[in-house]
Design a binder for this molecule. Structure first.
Ligand SMILES: [Zn+2]
Ligand SMILES: [Zn+2]
Length: 205
């Protein structure tokens, strides 16, 4: 079990690279691929790391695109294959390991699925959104459909997945998370759904 500890961004953070004060509306994140952690950054520092290969690739800027694939072929049986105990999971491509990593929120933080990676490669590997995933900085975010049907699936900035994990960690109660956690999850996915635009002819940035 591996834990990531990230909470919601505080209103006034400082850039972990240059020390500048970062206001909430210009708060960016970099993935520190050595430490597998997020670093808060100001806009100018984030811009420096947007090109692949910048600074030897250790810090990678998290993009801000949200994509949905209205034609995705995942169905509810995918969920059984994935063996994720909760109704939400996210997947990212780890460049160093060169494979997809599956994580889900739990009261302990982000928990890595122990499932054989080939299982979700089979389920997700051929999807259009999976093909567009920028390694380490973007994730496929899945939520099991309420009452059957197709799961929701989005390509999102990876930092919002850790934000969700932080929120769930604070609110989760009992076996199913409890009413407050479920309402928060609902609001979170509503926001993601509103921001996401349908994928069409996108390429990896
Ligand atoms: Zn900075
Ligand atoms: Zn931050």
């Amino acid at each position: 079990m591996r834990r990531f500890l990230t909470g919601r961004p505080v209103p006034q953070a400082s850039c972990e690279l240059c020390g500048a004060v970062v206001a909430e509306d210009s708060h960016r994140h970099l993935v520190d691929t050595d430490k597998r952690a997020l670093a808060c950054a100001c806009v100018s520092c984030a811009l420096l790391f947007e090109r692949p290969g910048a600074a030897g690739g250790r810090f990678r800027a998290v993009p801000d695109r949200y994509l949905a694939d209205p034609d995705h072929r995942l169905d509810d049986s995918a969920w059984d294959v994935l063996q994720i105990p909760v109704g939400v999971a996210f997947f990212f491509r780890n460049a160093a390991l060169n494979r997809l990593v599956a994580l889900y929120p739990s009261p302990a933080g982000a928990t890595e699925s122990e499932l054989e990676p080939s299982a979700w490669q089979t389920v997700l590997g051929n999807s259009r959104l999976a093909a567009l995933l920028e390694p380490d900085v973007e994730a496929l975010l899945l939520r099991r459909a309420q009452g059957g049907g197709r799961p929701e699936c989005y390509l999102v900035p990876i930092d919002i997945c850790y934000e969700l994990v932080g929120r769930m960690r604070l609110l989760w109660q009992g076996f199913d998370g409890g009413a407050e956690a479920r309402a928060d999850l609902e609001a979170f996915f509503e926001q993601v759904g509103r921001r996401a635009r349908a994928v069409q002819g996108e390429v990896r940035p």
